[in-house]
Design a protein around this ligand. Structure first.
Ligand SMILES: Cc1ncc(COP(=O)(O)O)c(C=O)c1O
Ligand SMILES: N[C@@H](CCOP(=O)(O)O)C(=O)O
Length: 462
């Protein structure tokens, strides 16, 4: 399996190379040159398998010869051993025809753990073999950073620098990033919002001198391996509700478009998915674009679902590449227009996007009301992001196709918002019970590329 860039001008890579690279050298994102198909009988055979075995069967065709089957199976087993639920990604019923896929049973309580714990193991195996070192730089609105720091803390051949928007993540998220004591992990609180952090990370990838000097790697969902790991739970949840004999739909709380794009890949592989529904908060650029075709960022507004406070949605580039019939020049042109302020999706590409995706936007008040109502009616305490998914899903329920809403984080990551909405205080799980007593280690940085690069080089040299 080979990987190509959405902008068509970067070297074609193997899985292992694409994983260790992150962003392509032409600024694009890597995708497999073709999407492997999973026949119905193979999908049906996933029923009842342990999550790890299903993950192996689904991801194996993408890996090429990077790892032997036994190595890959061991890597997957280690990745999910620390999850607090035997099913890893359990499905619970909220109402007739509406199900919740709980993706928050990993060590840092968000769906990011599914990919990040796996990538941590994949990087370790690959770097041990090559003897190379890498410097991971990531941007986070709260969850990617905590998951990355947990997955890579203490790894000898890896340094991790996470840029987060100062004052715009929840206290639990901040403490998850700032309290690990291992000196290979660094929480950098940057002035600005998430889009600024993500832009500086991309700038570092486009600064080839810096990139090559430090051995830059990325673990945001620009990294194909992140998306791949997230494909698995679309299959396991759909099969648990009767796929492939029966279609299902998914509603996905969306920001950077990585998670829902994984659902799109599952559909392209042959999983019978009817609709993929993008659920946004008040930072609704994706909903506006899917509704009218214009993609024009107009500034991030902080919300009670901070992880989705995003206006420049990285993975939408992958969706556009597919919607334009894999036309790399057209994709590159759109991304140039975005730098200059925004773009309009062509009518044909918009229709192609709408063949798979619907969308909805949820206000702050509706988010709070959904947390409260869901708690009262079902006893399920939702985090604000998951509540956005549930609210949008409820507007798209149909009698014949079961809906699965992705619950992307544990309510305990956002206790203030959840308590205000429901009157319930979500306690931290035992392994994090002393989080508020642990010492924090944070470096404040300005939104200044040169200064951040210098800081990273200095820390690595120590
Ligand atoms: C809790 C939570 N929900 C939803 C999202 C949105 O996911 P994506 O960025 O893959 O669209 C994020 C951030 O990525 C998140 O942390
Ligand atoms: N919501 C994310 C933003 C980064 O997304 P990613 O999936 O591209 O890493 C976060 O919590 O950091």
């Amino acid at each position: 399996m080979k990987y190509i860039s959405t902008r068509g001008k970067a070297p074609i890579l193997t899985f292992e190379e694409a994983m260790l690279t992150g962003l392509a050298r032409d600024g694009g994102l890597y995708l497999p040159e073709s999407i492997p198909q999973m026949p119905s009988a193979e999908i049906a055979a996933l029923a009842g398998l342990p999550y790890e075995e299903a993950a192996f069967r689904i991801m194996r065709p993408y890996i090429g010869d990077a790892f032997t089957d036994t190595e890959f199976q061991d890597i997957i087993a280690r990745a999910y051993a620390g999850f607090a639920h035997a099913a890893r990604a359990p499905v619970v019923q909220l109402a007739p025809g509406h199900h919740l896929l709980e993706l928050f049973h990993g060590p840092t309580l968000a769906f990011k753990d599914f990919a990040m714990q796996l990538i941590g193991q994949l990087f370790e195996a690959s770097l041990k073999r090559s003897g190379n070192r890498v410097c991971i730089v990531g941007a986070t609105s709260g969850d990617t950073g905590s998951a990355a720091i947990d997955a890579f803390r203490g790894l000898e051949m890896v340094d991790v620098f996470i840029l987060y928007p100062n004052g715009r993540v929840s206290e639990v998220q901040r403490r998850q990033m700032s309290t690990p004591a291992e000196d290979n992990v660094h929480a950098l609180a940057m002035t600005g919002h998430f889009d600024d952090c993500q832009a500086r990370v991309k700038d570092m990838f486009n600064d080839f001198a810096f990139r090559d000097e430090v051995g830059l790697a990325g673990v945001n969902s620009i990294n194909w391996a992140r998306v791949l790991a997230q494909v698995v739970y679309y299959f396991t949840s759909a099969v648990s509700l009767g796929a492939p004999q029966r279609e299902v739909s998914f509603t996905v709380p969306t920001g950077n478009f990585g998670d829902i794009f994984a659902g799109y890949i599952a559909k392209r592989m042959g999983l019978p998915i009817d609709r993929l529904i993008v659920a946004t908060n008040q930072n609704d650029i994706l909903h506006r674009c899917l509704s009218g075709g214009d993609y024009i960022p107009d500034g991030v507004i902080p919300s009670i679902s901070p992880s989705m406070d995003i206006q420049v949605s990285s993975n939408f580039e992958r969706a556009l590449f597919e919607a334009y019939g894999r036309d790399a020049n057209a994709t590159a042109q759109l991304m140039d227009e975005l730098k200059a302020g925004g773009f309009t999706v062509s009518q044909g590409a918009l229709e192609a996007l709408r063949e798979s995706f619907d969308s909805g936007r949820v206000s702050e008040e509706e988010t709070r009301a959904t947390i409260q109502r869901t708690w009262n009616e079902t006893g399920e305490l939702l985090c604000p992001h998951s509540a956005i998914g549930v609210h949008v899903a409820e507007q798209h329920l149909t009698p014949d196709v079961p809906m699965i809403t992705l619950a992307t984080a544990h309510p305990a990551k956002f206790p203030a918002a959840v308590e205000e909405a429901s009157g319930q205080h979500p306690p931290l799980p035992l392994h994090m019970a002393d989080l508020y007593e642990r010492a924090e280690r944070i470096t404040e940085v300005d939104n200044d590329l040169g200064a951040i690069e210098t800081l990273i080089k200095d820390r690595i040299a120590r």
